[in-house]
Design a binder for this molecule. Structure first.
Ligand SMILES: Nc1nc2c(c(=O)[nH]1)N[C@H]1C(S)=C(S)[C@@H](COP(=O)(O)OP(=O)(O)OC[C@H]3O[C@@H](n4cnc5c(=O)[nH]c(N)nc54)[C@H](O)[C@@H]3O)O[C@H]1N2
Ligand SMILES: Nc1nc2c(c(=O)[nH]1)N[C@H]1C(S)=C(S)[C@@H](COP(=O)(O)OP(=O)(O)OC[C@H]3O[C@@H](n4cnc5c(=O)[nH]c(N)nc54)[C@H](O)[C@@H]3O)O[C@H]1N2
Ligand code: SF4
Ligand code: SF4
Ligand code: FES
Ligand SMILES: [Mo]
Length: 885
């Protein structure tokens, strides 16, 4: 701690930038060009203070606090200087703005220093009203350049440029005539930082009454944000300081919240009969559902019912969902959408190392010497993490990207390998072969922590780069270069996505990646690791709470935790193996499954091969949908609809991609009779004779039961989560949490064993009828089933799914940009607008799957991962023709 004298009072303070220290101590030092998240600029000269021993006033934002400093923050001389600087700024500031918004902080500052805007507006200033969220009126620009700096230093987008200098200075996009043409990704950081109102949130039009801290509901980065409300409405979101997002958000977290008050929200329970959907009371809906479930159990047994937890709901709710399936119904038929994305990662990590989750945290990004990014597109799908990776790369970290498409990060990479889709296993094997052949191994690490090197070395010679390069569609030299960079960068951080997992060999693809980390000693240390970039806000949590047929709460096996759970729940656990989601679909088609309860999961839209999903779901007697909206599953198959409260309307916790448990907090009341998912499950349990065991007072009580059953989560109390951001394992309330796994050993033992995985090509291959390979995936502005993002102005930014095609293919096929094209696979057909894009390679096309019409999953096949049955969403042979043909 430092001792400082601030305006005559001795105070102690933590070291830091002088301005921050002064503000922290309660001094009112004006500042316009300063932002905690940025390097000091020292441009506005308002933060001047007098320091004993300094000949002139110093800019407190540009110097460090030092022990013993004697500081004056408010003297007549300082006020005069500040006034002069403010007057210069105000000369070219519009008086009308000040009249309209007297409470704006800048205008209050003008008033406090008795400065009046002169209105001598410069000409040629940039104005832009075309962006749905962000308004630009540079007549209010005061040249602090915070927008320029934050777009570079936080988002890494370089949209703004300071054209010219001095009095002629103009801030405008470096390229294009609008913000969006300039490459803006709508993160809102510049708006958030702008102190003058030159950049503003167009849709925030009322004053906020109060702010509540919570966690974003979109992706698993788990950004912390503050949500502003007025009355019962959410009216604004701003980023919060947290180790995850460090005061940053992406467009979805910051702006895409208007779905919450959409007129299409379903606020009443409904039952569907001959006439269609009919509004009913909760009593009727719950009695109806309970009676149906009871009848199905009586006629066909508990295993005729399947329950699907939700990656969008809280840990507490998913815990209750699996408890409901196991205790109330008596079946292990419980799963969630982790099945279709990263269950392959969890399976591979659990099998080879012992814990089915990311080994390292996002705070390791800044520690990594190199990144290996495989089949993931973080700047669109985990944008705040993507931005952190970009900054790390700008600061010198090396980057290898393995993706058939030229993603934004691929464009920045030292090496971009663009393999033929489905070739991860031979490609990662070839990298392993290179490591061994060129002796790029961490022998010390292998000596202590790795088993099976000799057998592995014998196996892997068959995968020498020169042998498999052709098959993979990349050059042997590039494979070698990638392996060398990964080995030399240590600590090297591997981040992977669905381009690895959603394949026939999805689990095995992750296992071959783990080999690379074991060979190079990139496990058990900061800045390294194998890190699946998990999907939704709480997909990690949903599976970890036991929404998986073979897993109990805390990711524990029946062997590990079966007895403890049975005794806590006062009921034996069902002994029969449960069906996973895909097995439920198969069982439905076979007439063995009679009911599905899907909460927060649009299975009809999102499962592969819509024709087959349709066949299966049509066989069901009962489809219970619990959601905010009448999603596609509900529209096509729903028998009863239970309206859920949104993440803004209830309390609980989410688990993010890097194993942090974080709070969500109620901001506004739920509309109509919508209720939290946990309440609905409680009510149904009671209707089925199991009130006790489910009568929790609320989420905290549920969480305390989870902690009692999950030793590695025992220390994560609500009291701690209030002010700490903790990674499990965290076994007791004094434990600091574990950002980096495997530091001294693996849960599987002292040594992890290398896996010899032979390549098995997918049967889904191109031929004369289906000559192109379709990949499916995501885009920045839309989220999964689109039920939320499509009900926000994000839909203006990205109105429809598209088929992306390389220019050469479009020319060859005579297809024009933005025209509708027919895409036909062996399983179905859709019409999509064509988007000619250099991101995709010739011979491949790419489509997103966010829309309800057309359902892109009409095209995808029923091929699944060999170990855990995740669908092969990433490889489908198709042909593309003009839609009119
Ligand atoms: N904006 C936005 N963000 C999201 C989502 C969203 O819908 N929208 N969804 C969330 C969810 S649920 C998830 S699971 C995550 C997913 O996040 P990501 O894993 O990043 O998802 P995708 O875009 O589906 O696929 C990633 C990449 O895999 C590549 N790929 C395809 N086939 C192969 C292959 O054979 N080998 C390799 N190496 N790469 C291949 C694709 O070209 C694509 O760029 O995103 C989450 N975040
Ligand atoms: N072709 C193709 N298909 C894919 C993929 C792909 O890459 N390609 N990716 C797959 C992947 S990884 C995933 S995760 C799935 C995603 O597919 P889904 O999980 O179906 O998609 P989501 O949009 O995440 O949301 C599911 C539902 O949750 C609802 N919801 C939101 N919040 C709440 C809440 O608090 N409570 C309740 N009860 N409901 C809520 C939403 O309205 C929505 O209906 O798609 C899969 N499908
Ligand atoms: S919104 Fe984000 S990307 Fe767009 S200009 Fe501002 S800081 Fe840059
Ligand atoms: S990066 Fe993910 S968690 Fe963060 S604001 Fe964007 S969608 Fe939300
Ligand atoms: S805040 Fe210090 S010079 Fe602007
Ligand atoms: Mo996902």
């Amino acid at each position: 701690m430092l001792q400082l004298t601030i305006d005559g009072i001795v105070q102690s303070a933590a070291p830091g930038r002088l301005l921050d220290v002064l503000l922290q101590a309660g001094a009112e030092v004006p500042h316009l060009c300063h932002d905690l998240r940025l390097t000091p600029h020292g441009g506005c000269r308002l933060c001047l203070v007098e320091v004993d021993g300094e000949p002139r006033p110093v800019a407190s934002c540009a110097c460090q606090a030092e022990d013993g400093m004697v500081i004056r923050t408010d003297t007549p001389a300082l006020r005069a200087l500040r006034r002069t600087h403010l007057q210069l700024l105000a000369e070219s500031y519009p008086p009308a703005a000040m009249e309209a918004e007297p409470q704006h902080p800048l205008h209050r500052l003008f008033a406090a220093y008795d400065v009046e805007p002169g209105g001598q507006l410069r000409d040629g200033l940039f104005l832009d009203d075309t962006h749905p969220y962000i308004g630009v009126d540079m007549t209010r620009c005061i040249d602090c350049q915070r927008c320029v700096r934050i777009c570079e230093q936080l988002q890494g987008q370089f949209v703004w440029e300071a054209w010219q200098r001095g009095a002629a200075l103009r801030i405008a996009p470096a390229h294009g005539a609008t913000l969006l043409e300039g490459g803006c990704v709508s993160c809102g950081a510049c708006v958030d930082s702008c102190p003058s109102g030159a950049l503003y949130d167009k849709r925030v039009t009322v004053e906020v009454e109060g702010w509540t801290r919570t966690t974003c509901v979109y992706c698993a980065v788990g950004c912390q944000m503050e949500v502003g409300r007025r009355g019962a409405r959410v009216v604004a979101v701003r980023p919060a300081a947290s180790p995850v997002n460090r005061g940053h958000l992406c467009v979805k977290g910051r702006y895409a919240f208007e779905f919450n008050h959409s007129p299409e929200r379903i606020a009443w329970p409904m039952i569907r009969d001959g006439e269609g959907w009919r509004r009913v009371s909760w009593d009727e809906a719950l009695d109806f559902t309970a009676a149906k479930l009871r009848a199905i159990v009586a006629a066909h047994g508990a295993d005729a019912i399947g329950v699907l937890g939700s990656a969008r709901a809280t840990n507490e709710e998913n815990y209750l969902a699996q408890k409901f399936a196991r205790v109330v119904l008596g079946t292990n038929n419980i799963d969630c959408c982790a099945r279709v994305c990263h269950t392959p990662s969890a399976k591979a990590l659990k099998t080879m190392l012992g814990t089915g989750a990311a080994s390292n945290g996002f705070d390791d990004i800044e520690l990594a010497g190199a990144f290996l990014i495989c089949g993931a597109n973080p700047t669109e799908n985990h944008p705040v993490v993507g931005a952190r990776i970009k900054q790390a790369v700008l600061n010198g970290a090396r980057l290898v990207v393995i993706d058939p498409r030229r993603t934004e990060l691929a464009g920045l990479a030292d090496v971009h390998l663009a393999p033929r889709p489905g070739c991860n296993v031979p490609l990662f094997n070839a990298m392993a072969a290179t490591l061994i052949e060129e002796d790029l191994l961490d022998h010390a690490f292998i000596g202590e922590r790795v088993a099976g090197l000799d057998e592995f070395a014998d196996f892997i010679v068959d995968y020498a780069p020169e042998r498999v390069a052709m098959e993979c569609g990349v050059s042997a030299a590039d494979i070698r270069a990638a392996a060398r960079l990964y080995a030399a960068g240590r600590p090297s951080m591997c981040l992977h996505g669905l381009g690895v997992t959603e394949h026939l060999q999805g689990t095995e693809g992750v296992m071959t990646l783990i080999n690379l980390a074991l060979l190079t000693g990139n496990l058990g240390r900061p800045g390294a690791g194998i890190n699946p970039l998990r999907g939704q806000n709480n997909v990690q949590g949903a599976a970890h709470m036991g929404c998986d047929p073979a897993t109990l709460p805390g990711g524990q096996s029946f062997k590990e935790a079966g007895a403890r759970c049975a005794s806590a729940w006062g009921a034996p656990l069902p002994e029969r193996h449960g069906r996973n989601l895909l097995q439920m679909v198969d069982a439905a088609a076979a007439g063995e499954l009679k009911a599905i309860w899907a909460f927060g999961y649009d299975i009809y839209l999102s499962l592969a091969n819509v024709a087959e999903t349709t066949r299966a779901l049509s066989e069901l007697e009962l489809v219970i949908v619990q959601d905010l909206f009448l999603n596609e599953t509900a529209k096509a198959f729903g028998s009863v609809f239970l309206p859920a409260a949104s993440f803004l309307e209830r309390d609980g916790t989410f688990m993010n991609s890097d194993r942090r448990v974080q709070r969500i907090r109620q901001v506004v009341p739920a509309p109509g009779e919508a209720r939290p998912d946990w309440w609905i499950i409680q009510q149904l349990a009671a209707r089925l004779g199991r009130a006790e065991g489910f009568d929790f007072a609320g989420p905290q009580a549920i969480w305390d039961e989870v902690r009692a059953l999950w030793p590695e989560g025992a220390g994560l109390s609500y009291a701690r989560l209030e002010h700490e951001s903790l990674h499990w394992p965290c076994p007791d309330e004094q434990h600091p949490g574990t950002p980096v796994l495997y530091q001294s050993s693996f849960p599987v033992g002292q040594r992890a064993t290398l896996a010899a995985i032979a390549y098995l090509p997918t049967p889904e291959q191109t031929d004369a009828d289906y000559p192109l390979l379709l990949l499916t995936g995501r885009t920045l502005y839309q989220f999964n089933a689109g039920t939320l993002s499509n009900r926000t102005p994000d839909a203006v930014l990205r109105p429809a799914d598209t088929l992306d095609m390389a220019p050469a293919d479009a020319t060859r096929l005579g297809l024009a940009d933005a025209t509708p094209v027919r895409v036909t696979s062996r399983y179905g057909e859709v019409v999509l607008p064509l988007r000619i894009s250099r991101q995709v390679q010739p011979g491949q096309v790419f489509a997103t799957f966010h829309g309800s019409e057309p359902l892109v999953n009409r095209l995808t096949s029923s091929i699944r991962d060999l170990q855990v049955q995740a669908p092969e969403y990433k490889v489908t042979a198709v042909r593309v023709t003009a839609a009119s043909a």
